[in-house]
Design a protein around this ligand. Sequence first.
Ligand code: SAM
Length: 206
Amino acid sequence: MAKLDDRSARRDRFHRKAKREGFAARAVYKLEEIDSRHQIFERGMTRVLDLGCAPGSWLQYAQQRIGDGARLVGLDRAAPARPPAGARIVAGDVMAVDVAALLGELPAFDVVLSDMAPDTSGIRHLDQARSEALFERALEIAIAVLAPGGNFVGKLFQGPDFKRLTEAVRARFVAQKTAKPSSSRQISIEQYVIGRGFRPDAGGAR
Ligand SMILES: C[S@@+](CC[C@H](N)C(=O)[O-])C[C@H]1O[C@@H](n2cnc3c(N)ncnc32)[C@H](O)[C@@H]1O
């Protein structure tokens, strides 16, 4: 019971902090931690695609981190109610979206993020399989739209395909890491898989 209380106190702390600091969700602190440890937004990287962007805290973070030159595109099944000014929002399902609709007028993105999570059923293997499918699609899109040297962060529930999927990232990026941010619930099986330095010529066709 004490452990449960600790966890919910921690959750509430991040939730309150997000409210106080004007972020749409506590998820912002996961990206902040990943970015401070793995340098996702490198100097000169301005074009960001955020898959599963609602309610919008990762877009807010990217906007603050990059500043005036930011070119942000967010996709979600349910568009955020108040996206940051200047962000272009595409409403739709990642499984059906056309890559050209995400790019719009941009030739490529410097950073592709995915915090997509399935609606959880409580059936562990089913939730893992759905998360793996969302992650795989996010990686497929990243491979199609990233500029050389670009960075990728994708949420993935740890499951039977975890190794295969981290290896798929390793094959296309100079460096691959995993992260479990401290604001992510310890009991949650979510991890973030990071690819730094996209290599368009490695691993076959885009
Ligand atoms: C954890 S939330 C993202 C929070 C966001 N990073 C933020 O900071 O505000 C996950 C999002 O993924 C979206 N999502 C899940 N499956 C999706 C799909 N198939 N296509 C598009 N978006 C999806 C959900 O609608 C939800 O808004």
